[in-house]
Design a protein. Structure first.
Length: 218
């Protein structure tokens, strides 16, 4: 599997059956929900305001200048969403909520947070835990580790526009100490943003071909 932004973060078992599990640039929150951009949904109380009482950024320039905040971005989705509901916008936050969150009594996606206040609904967290890649890998590494050996390859800009490098650092922290060793690679590019790609398509195909040839039964 290969791709931008999402790759196969929620499918470690499916990836384990491949000879080349994933190549990903600009991954989306590979260890969400602990680093859902700048939100830790397990510990934070509000997505709009951080623990220091300041508006939480959602996007930045590589020099650190804030493009817009969580409140700005989600309120745009509220404008688009049916009934002033950001979770029905069909845009980024709405789509992630629909993919990873539970359904409400009306059959529609239950919002992770209140659109007006930003307060996180802690009752839905157990459902979101199923999509916390780092948590799943750490919990099931005895089984998944041997199957994923040499199959995880990630490149990310360390000044990612949407702070996604934070999630990859958490994943990297686990994988560096995982036993058995994962034998893949995670590359952080200083000063690079969300558009960073650490490898050309041609070189990626060469690496994939070499890995497949090496794994081919003799």
């Amino acid at each position: 599997m290969a791709g931008l932004t999402r790759a196969s973060w929620t499918a470690p078992r499916r990836a384990a059956g491949c000879r080349w599990a994933c190549k990903c640039s600009t991954p989306t929150s590979s260890t969400a929900p602990r680093a859902f951009e700048l939100v830790n949904i397990y510990e934070d109380e509000n997505v709009y305001v951080n623990k220091f009482g300041f508006e939480r950024p959602s996007a930045r320039e590589t020099n650190g200048d804030v493009r817009f905040t969580m409140r700005n971005e989600v309120w745009r989705e509220r404008t688009i969403g049916r009934g002033d509901r950001w979770e029905l916008s069909g845009y980024d936050w709405g789509s992630w909520n629909a993919a990873f969150g539970p359904r409400g009594g009306d059959g529609l996606p239950r919002p992770l947070w209140d659109g007006k206040s930003g307060k996180i609904d802690k009752e839905v967290l157990d459902h979101w835990k199923k999509y916390d890649l780092r948590r799943v890998l750490e919990r099931d590494w005895d089984t998944l580790g041997p199957k994923l050996r040499g199959k995880i390859h990630i490149w990310v800009g360390d000044a990612d526009t949407y702070f996604l490098n934070n999630a990859v650092h958490l994943l990297d922290h686990f994988l560096k100490t995982a036993k058995p060793a994962y034998e893949g690679k995670i590359t952080f590019a200083p000063g690079e943003d969300h558009n960073y790609s650490g490898i050309s398509e041609a070189d990626m195909m060469k690496e994939m071909a070499a890995a497949i040839a090496k794994a081919k039964p003799k």
